[in-house]
Design a binder for this molecule. Structure first.
Ligand code: ATP
Length: 622
């Protein structure tokens, strides 16, 4: 085929030049949601490749590209496929970067906001997807360096601690790229939290150090040569940046993922059976990823577009089906209450020789776009923010802020539900972007929205009934409400309650604890934090962090996890997550990332908590 293309380069140019500029415009049936941007980057075409460019950004319609493929007609005269199958090869994304766009432009347009979002406590995820040699590593590695600069140059407001972990996944096996590619395990603990067991996490304080770690990890990435790329990445590389706010102990997360190249069967045929199997595994994990990204976007759309109904059956998100999506559980888990934003960069090589793969990549990108249908609903409750579309929300902001909080700045595309789950630093940051808005006004405005939401849910008796219903051990939950109803910390076996609680410690149990003063001070914990959820025995996560560059052992550097140096018996310690007081009395928020090790001796008593889906808080039940 490549010979055919090369022989007909002149013919191809003349056919493309004859095409008029106006092809039938693409018509969107809705608008993109605020939490997902699907973009495409057309890589620069090197002259040495010898093929003309076959991908053409449409001049009269933004973010649409046409691919013109040459067809070897049986009568012997090559024709453009696009003429015989009009509209077959045009694709639309949310944001298109042409071959002149630099990675710096992509960063400014898409990624800078994602970094700010994670800095403010959200979960930001960036994927680079595309066939081998399409520029994924080129794009992600430069973006990582730019992220390092932003995180470390002091331009973001507030104090944060930054931690990095970099792993790669080949099939279902996982390896630590900051520890000489040592094998690690991706496990879900009994509390349902995914742990990268054995992976090291490093605190970083300057951009040089971050850059060194990124380069060090790259040198351990698994690569092999393909027809398209001399050193093709045959694994998914995941860089996780955890951004801790020491004032609140909450974590924002930024994932930057350079996916393995999707190779066609033609490319791997010359490499034998092992390579075929490897390619099959990569393609399966990419397919699961597509289902998860799409499923999550559908769930977001259904639960936040104003069309959510109680008991609504939500799409299944198969995040347990591959190691890649398991690591990203809290991005895809529909029960996650942390706000998430996702960016996909579909990378394509514009060469005519690659049209087949480019079409696949752009088709994949299009499939990830879940559009929010235009709605003219009239039955939305004006007192229930969960129901509000973006238009209603903007109206409310305009009429209620009292200060000049601009609707387009606070909620450019969000629905009411999406604004509610935005982290408070992000909410306040957006308010303060409006001239003249003070921090206390921003906080008060958020409280006003939340109060309205809580009031609206309290009037909604049937939903309360559902959320408080008895847990059942059988059958997978189908809806968010049903799932939340099982989020009680009570032991499912009432007979066990007769035993002293220290004899029946189990993951998921909530305990109150009193820490000896000097230990509390050493951990830097505020005095009011006295409830915690047990995860697992401390020895299950004990480790030391080895600095891969300086070869120095740094015990206990991971997060603020105390590895129990003062304890005589490690079996008497549990890794726990803290519960922090919420906005209303007796309400608590679960901070999954604020983990500490607690001695059993410090524990006082078991506390029963019930999750209330309406307010998204845990309440002490008597
Ligand atoms: N936008 C670009 N401008 C200039 N050169 C580029 C660009 N994108 C990629 N390249 C070059 O193309 C080659 C392949 O890029 P890269 O290794 O990033 O591809 P990849 O998609 O990560 O491939 P694989 O999946 O096989 O790892 C590299 O030599 C890279 O420098």
């Amino acid at each position: 085929m490549e010979t055919f293309y090369l022989k007909n380069v002149a013919k191809y140019h003349s056919l493309v030049n004859k095409l008029g500029p106006t092809l039938k415009p693409r018509v969107s049936t809705g608008e993109a949601g605020p939490n997902m941007v699907v973009s495409a980057r057309i890589r620069t075409l090197s002259k040495d490749e010898g093929f003309p460019s076959a991908i053409f950004p449409r001049s009269n319609q933004e973010n649409v590209v046409d691919i013109h493929d040459l067809y070897n007609h049986p009568r012997g005269i090559p024709i453009l496929r696009v003429l015989s199958l009009a509209l077959s090869f045009d694709y639309q994304v949310d944001r298109l970067f042409n071959s002149e766009s630099t990675t710096e432009e992509i960063y400014q347009d898409l990624v800078a906001d994602l970094v700010q979002f994670a800095w403010n406590g959200g979960i930001g995820t960036l994927f680079a997807y595309g066939q081998t040699g399409s520029g994924k590593t080129f794009t992600v590695s430069r973006l990582e360096q730019l992220v390092a600069v932003t995180l470390m140059d002091g331009s973001l407001k507030g104090e944060r601690e930054v931690y990095m972990t970099i792993i790669d996944l080949a099939g279902n096996a996982a390896f630590d790229l900051l520890n000489e590619r040592a094998p690690i395990s991706i496990l879900e603990d009994s509390f349902g939290v995914t742990q990268m067991v054995g992976a090291e996490e490093y605190q970083v304080n300057d951009k040089e150090r971050m850059g060194e770690l990124i380069d060090y990890a790259t040198s351990f990435r698994r690569t092999a040569s393909t027809l398209k790329n001399d050193s093709s990445s045959r694994s998914h590389a995941i860089c996780r940046i955890r951004i801790r706010d020491p004032a609140t102990y909450s974590d924002g997360l930024l994932y930057m993922i350079d996916l393995a190249g999707s190779e066609g069967a033609r490319d791997v045929a010359v490499h034998g059976a092992d390579r075929m199997r490897e390619t099959r595994e990569i393609n399966i994990s990419l397919s699961v990823l597509k289902d998860c990204i799409r499923g999550k976007a559908q769930v977001d759309t259904l639960t936040s577009s104003g069309s959510r109904k109680p008991g609504l059956k939500l799409p299944h998100i198969p995040f347990r089906q591959s190691a890649l999506t398991k690591v990203l559980k809290h991005v895809f888990d529909p029960t996650s209450t942390q706000a998430c934003k996702t960016i996909v960069i579909a990378c394509v090589n514009p060469s005519l020789a690659d049209v087949g793969s480019s079409k696949n990549t752009l088709r994949f990108a299009e499939m990830l776009r879940v559009l929010i249908p235009a709605t003219n609903k009239t039955d939305l409750d004006p007192k229930a923010p969960m129901d509000w579309t973006n238009a209603l929300l903007k109206e409310w902001i305009k009429g209620n802020s009292g200060t000049p909080i601009l609707p387009n700045v606070l909620a450019p595309r969000e629905s009411g539900a999406q604004l509610l789950i935005l982290s408070s630093p992000e909410f306040e940051y957006r308010c303060q972007k409006c001239p003249g808005v003070r921090p206390e006004q921003a906080r008060a405005f958020r409280a006003k929205l939340w109060q309205m939401h809580i009031d609206s849910q309290q009037n909604n008796e049937p939903s309360k009934e559902t959320t408080r219903s008895k847990p059942t051990a059988s059958a997978e939950p189908d809806t968010i409400l049903e799932l939340k109803s099982r989020m009680s910390s009570r032991d499912l076996d009432p007979a066990l309650s007769k035993l002293p609680f220290k004899k029946r410690l189990r993951p998921g149990m909530v305990v109150s604890y009193v820490k000896p003063l000097e230990r509390g001070a050493a951990l830097g914990l505020p005095d009011d934090l006295k409830l915690a959820v047990l995860f697992c025995p401390a020895q299950a996560i004990q480790r030391t962090a080895k600095d891969p560059l300086e070869k120095v052992d740094k015990p206990g550097e991971i997060g603020h996890v105390n590895t129990g140096e003062n304890s005589a018996d490690n079996g008497g310690q549990y890794l726990c997550a803290l519960l922090t007081p919420g906005q209303s009395a007796d309400a608590y928020e679960l901070s999954l990332w604020r983990q500490i090790v607690i001695d059993v001796d410090w524990m006082n008593v078991e506390v029963h908590l019930e999750y209330d889906a309406a307010t998204r808080y845990y309440y002490i039940s008597v």
